[in-house]
Ligand binder design. Structure first.
Ligand code: PMV
Length: 333
């Protein structure tokens, strides 16, 4: 029987980790060495349309209206192969993916991209997965994508089993649970120097602190869950800064060292500390790049926005509330 073409479209939000994921215990299956906890960001979205089509002679991949680069193509084709394997649908696919945030802004878009692709492509392939399995599948594309399956407060669990069957994310609380606000301060639009996978593997091999990072992560997760449960903003912020600094201490202690910050990053850290000293509830976190993400509460977000808007070295600011689960937004068939 000839297979019909089938299309599905999905939208997913990016997320920012409060307790960072850094390090893999299995590279091939992309199993994390540590658990992580994140906030899903409403303002940063990827919309993806996937079609499995009998008339295609290869996968066609368009990202932000441009042909995928060689490295993106390899990564996405490998991911589509996993879906083909699971669904038994052997057709090639056309994938169109668009971010609503500035492209090349140095923001990791792999989380929203692989979460949206997981839902759109499984649906188009004829495979219906629940959220747990969707999260586990997203992991094969990117570790942080597991968390973008859910809205609000999300934990990616580090499993013990070698198969990876326990490595998926769960929702800790929905987006309406607690109205946190974020500012994303863009300090550079350059490509990051080293991708997170390469840097993680370098860290695991060469940092003398790596094992301590892995051993101490359980405690950070317990404390962050408690801060969220008790809506203790100071505790949440303090732990988020601690986890980010600890992660950057790891990259700095690798050989060769990996320094993701620029001078504006450092100035913004000082600014956040000074504002806090003046009584504003505000904390920062930083991923594998020079952008600073500021976490605060609704009453203070406008003051913070005015403060950072024209700050030297800040090229762009985005504001976000907490966002929802990944969602199907249309299915042509
Ligand atoms: O999902 P990946 O492989 O791009 O790694 C994400 C790593 C960090 O963004 C630095 C931390 C995190 O938990 O998101």
């Amino acid at each position: 029987m000839t297979q019909q073409s089938k299309t599905a479209k999905a939208v997913a939000c990016a997320n920012i980790a409060l307790i960072k994921y850094w390090g893999k215990r299995d590279i091939a299956l992309n199993l994390p060495a540590v658990g992580s906890i994140s906030l899903t960001l409403e303002a940063l979205k990827t919309q993806t349309r996937a079609t499995f089509d009998p008339n295609l002679d290869k996968d066609y991949l368009i990202i932000n209206d441009q042909q995928a680069s060689e490295s993106q193509r390899k990564r996405i084709e490998k991911f589509l192969d996993i879906i083909r394997e699971k669904s038994g649908n052997r057709l090639f696919a056309e994938v169109r993916s668009d971010n609503n945030f500035p492209t090349g802004a140095g923001l990791a878009s792999s989380a929203s991209a692989f979460a949206a692709l997981s839902l759109a492509a499984t649906h188009a392939s004829g495979l219906e997965l629940n959220k747990k399995d969707l999260s586990g599948l997203s992991r094969r594309g990117s570790g942080s994508a597991t968390r973008s399956i859910y809205g609000g407060f999300v934990e990616m669990q580090r499993g013990k089993d070698a198969s990876g069957k326990e490595d998926f994310a769960i929702q800790l609380a929905s987006q309406d649970y607690w109205d946190l606000r974020l500012l994303i301060l863009i300090t550079s639009k350059e490509e990051k120097k080293m991708g997170s996978t390469e840097a993680m593997n370098l860290t695991a091999k060469t940092s003398p602190y790596y094992q301590d990072w892995v051993n101490s992560s359980g405690k950070d997760l317990v404390e962050m869950r408690k801060a969220i449960r008790e809506k203790d903003f100071e505790k949440l912020g303090d732990l988020a800064e601690y986890s980010a600094m600890k992660m950057h201490a790891l990259t700095l202690s690798s050989r060769p060292p990996v320094l993701y910050w620029n001078s504006t990053t450092l100035e913004l850290i000082e600014q956040v500390r000074a504002l806090r000293h003046d009584g504003i509830p505000v904390y920062f976190t930083i991923d594998a790049g020079p952008q600073v993400k500021v976490i605060s509460l609704p009453d203070h977000i406008n003051t913070l926005k005015s403060h950072f808007e024209f700050f030297p070295g800040v090229e762009n600011i985005m504001e976000s509330k907490l966002g929802p689960d990944v969602e199907l937004i249309g299915d042509d068939n």
